[in-house]
Design a protein around this ligand. Structure first.
Ligand code: C5P
Length: 411
């Protein structure tokens, strides 16, 4: 549980949408205010059918903002100012309807307009009937919002007001308070602020002709997660990504490329940097002289493709010189003798650390959501337990931050 002391003096703009769980938002206001949070509330028209503006006003000891068109609300507090004067926007309950409007970028009432106009972080506490929550539309909206950086707490499993059982119950007020405290604790933890990082991710596509290419099975999940994790710790991250099905991670500058040569050019353009993490599965070879005409089946049998070597981005970035990032991290995906190969690879590429993993068939690493890695440095090796790729990324980002903190202290 996060330390609640961090909440003192923080400003939360609470959006209360129309769901039966709105009654819990009154309790949420109290619990936040007890901890020194200033709470200002926006109530949707449907929200006002579940809790009265008077209750919200009494608990926040502030005006309740309800109407986009009300001259009074607008002259006293425009929707831009409402979000500008908050540290965090909390939507509780976040109904299926409001999540859909947020995902679509609508601005058809004060709540949606504030949520669209804000550049502040947003935490949602979904609350709805289980089937509404499980509906493909709601799930797609939630995934989209999370990919844009929207944070979520709940929903919980349980019996709902509609007498159904399943996920859909809004998180309890104290869980939401914990999530808010957790957010502020994380936001304050920025040990990589002022550092620049380059991360490569995904496969490369190497053209054979204008319609065909050589590729590999990399999903980009690990690399994208690392970019997001470094950004979360305050680094200014350039993610250089090959073609993946993933959304761009929040908080990173993303350069999309296709070939290894384009990836190298994009990395070089992103220099100088303090950190480079090469997690991409770069094709080792490309077709020599891939033309701009489609290869034809002309009865003469399959074409002989001549391959030529691609640049090694990790080795290039690791080369000693003024522009070499202070910390270069490579990956070694192996299918046996992982540690021996990875240790040799560290020396051969000239990088500082190698994150080694076993990608043998059956481990589920390629394209899967978990990863089992070993971190190899000059002074030894650590084996990490199997964890989600997000967790591997978070731990690696912390190790990077610790490296720079130690380095700084040593100087
Ligand atoms: O040589 P190998 O592909 O096994 O090395 C893997 C590591 O090297 C990964 O960090 C990968 O991102 C990087 N690499 C690279 N450019 C290449 C090949 C590999 O950056 N052309």
């Amino acid at each position: 549980m996060a330390d609640h002391a961090i909440l003192a003096g923080k400003r939360v703009l609470l959006v209360i949408a129309g769901g039966i769980a709105a009654y819990k938002s009154l309790e949420l206001i109290r619990r936040l205010r007890e901890r020194g949070v200033t709470v200002r509330a926006v109530l949707t028209e449907a929200g006002a059918r579940f809790v009265t503006p008077l209750s919200v006003q009494a608990l926040t000891e502030d005006t309740v903002y309800r109407d986009l068109w009300s001259l009074t609300d607008e002259s006293e507090m425009g929707h831009i100012r409402l979000s500008r004067e908050a540290d965090l926007l909390v939507v509780a309950p976040a109904t299926a309807n409001l999540l859909a409007r947020m995902a679509a970028g609508m601005a058809d009432d004060l709540a949606a307009t504030v949520l669209l106009a804000t550049d502040k972080p947003v935490l949602v506490a979904p609350a709805m009937n289980v089937r509404m929550w499980q509906h493909a539309a709601t799930q797609a909206n939630m995934t989209l919002l999370e990919s844009r950086g929207v944070l979520r707490v709940g929903p919980n499993d349980g019996v709902m007001a509609c007498n159904e059982f399943g996920p859909g119950r809004m998180a309890e007020p104290m869980e939401i308070v914990d999530a808010i405290a957790g957010f502020f604790a994380e936001a304050a933890h920025r040990p990589l602020a002022g550092r620049r990082a380059i991360v490569t991710s995904g496969p490369t596509h190497e053209p054979i002709d204008p319609v065909r290419y050589i590729a590999n099975r990399s999903s980009g999940r690990q690399g994208h997660a690392i970019a997001a994790a470094l950004a979360k710790l305050g680094a200014a991250v350039t993610l250089v990504s090959g073609p993946t099905r993933l959304p761009d991670p929040a908080g990173c500058r993303v350069t999309h490329i296709e070939t290894a040569r384009e990836m190298l050019a994009a990395c070089e353009a992103a220099l100088p940097a303090d950190i480079a993490v090469c997690a991409a599965a770069v094709a080792d070879w490309r077709v020599d002289g891939a033309g701009d005409r489609k290869l034809k089946k002309d009865g003469g049998g399959p074409p002989a493709l001549a391959l030529t070597e691609n640049p090694d981005i990790l080795a290039t970035l690791s080369r000693p010189g003024e522009r070499r990032p202070a910390l270069v991290v490579g990956f070694a995906a192996e299918t046996g003798d992982v540690l021996a190969y990875a240790t040799a690879k560290r020396a051969r590429k000239g990088c500082d650390w190698i994150v080694a993993n076993d990608v043998s068939p059956g481990t589920g690493t390629f394209g899967g959501s978990d990863n089992t890695v070993h971190l190899i440095r000059a002074d030894g090796m650590e084996s990490w337990p199997t964890m989600a790729k997000d967790a591997v990324a978070a731990r690696l980002a912390e190790a990077v931050a610790e490296h720079f903190t130690k380095d700084f202290k040593a100087k």
